[in-house]
Write a protein of this length. Sequence first.
Length: 98
Amino acid sequence: RNKTEKEAAQASAAELSAQNDKVEHENKILKRAVTIQQERQNQMSSELEAARRFRVEAEDRIRRLEQVNLTLQYQLQAANSSSGNDFMGFSPRPPDVY
């Protein structure tokens, strides 16, 4: 009787040991998967932050270029209106004919 109980206990211990090994292996795989996902999330966060900075810089550059464009348009209009090239509302003035 002791022999069968001992064998049953050994078989149970072997089964539990195999289950434990399997669970440890699965745990190791899951930990690695979590580490990979965390690395990907960190990389995406860095790329997102870089994209945000780029957008802010691009918006600022667009704003400055629009200001320069408006200034140049104003200067062009001022130069055209003060140059005296208007002849009875025609611009440019028609050529002189002799």
